[in-house]
Design a protein around this ligand. Sequence first.
Ligand code: F0G
Length: 462
Amino acid sequence: MTAAFQQCIHPDCGARFDTSQILTSCPACGSLLDVCYNWDQVPVPRSLREFEKRWLSRLNPVDFSGVWRFRELLPFATDKQIVTIGEGQTILQKNDLLAGRCGMRPGTLFLQYEGQNPSGSFKDNGMTAASTHAHQVGARMTACASTGNTSASLAIYAGVTGLFRCVVFVGSGRIAYGKLSQALDYGARTIQIRGDFDDALARVRQICSKHPIYLCNSVNPFRLEGQKTIMYRVLEGLGWQVPDWIVVPGGNLGNSSAFGKAFLELKQLGLIDRIPRLAIINARGACTLDRLVNEGGLKWNQGRPSSEQIGQFYTQMDRDQNKASTLASAIEINRPVNLEKALRAIDVCDGIVRSVSDQEIIDARAMIASCGFGCEPASGATIAGVQLLRKQGLIAASDRVVCILTGHQLKDPDLTVAYHSNDSALREKKLGPSGVRETIWSNAPVVVDNDEAAILRAIGIN
Ligand code: F0G
């Protein structure tokens, strides 16, 4: 495979590296890397419709995968090298009930439900690509730091394929039990360090740079190649029409970055004629991107965002001991590692960034669930974001909007049960100030004696 190479995203550097090298930043200047392709050496379809034929040959695992059936758009591996466990069987779903509740017209609001992946989150789209590259370069051990989902995904790929031993680093206390239990069940060596996600990521990066361990966080450019396919499936679900908006939660900003790259490439290849707008939604308690972009005016600036401004922001953050804190534990991140790439995505997609409160996130999560889609709190940020953008007049009632539901409901059942409980002490303990009030979505279990009359009264039959 010579069509693919790695390239530093900084325009003043632009150093290129072979795909056989294991890199998570540019050895020359330290910037992030992209996987790039000499498209003229790759058989790119003339129309996206050509990918539909893969549905007919889906007994072939590489065609069955919702990631690799688009392999001409991430051509860094041969079919034989691909490591797949059947990820990406996720389909865009229209939801008119939810549209109505967000003040949108019927037929306008779509959910891309990534909770249907084997490990229950969108991470599998990226992990199949990172695992493929790890396999290509002969890695024997993989690692990541995680708020939970990356570790579940890494662990399932190592466990199911038997190709790698794996080690996951998680912060202490903040990981939802659904996710922690997956890493344990799938057999990952699980290191709970004293510290938060940012500490865990810094540590695992240091250890992987010194030892033969392959890092699978989203600083790995191959991982993001897999996450591009979420957008291909969205387009497929719309009959290859481009929506008006993509709404995605922002944590480490891997998805946002991958989506921007996907659309940029599709436009350059002449496979789409316009690019949707991207709305990245932060939790207010972890809103580095929102603050840098909206308060600080930080921009991609043709590949030269002000590193001084970013550095000062982090110095101030450390000085104020301002640590990320949100009930959406998946996106409780201080220093998003893909910040620069996300700025590029905002530039490419005429994007915007907003923050929503924990209360808005958990209410939106419950509202989505009441419309038939169980998702975890971080995914609730999307609909909370849509509600905000409707109020701000940025999203029109007739706009076509796609929300990415990133993780499954059962990832964080403790939060759901506390949310619905009528025990205000439990609510407050688990949910903090956001748990103080009951909402229209609250649906507490009713405790009754095992007595027919009492039960009928509780059901409302007299
Ligand atoms: N939603 C869910 C459910 C997540 O698990 C994450 C990230 C995000 C959104 C944010 O995505 O980083 O691409 O902006 N979880 C990571 C983890 C950090 O370790 O599982 P992003």
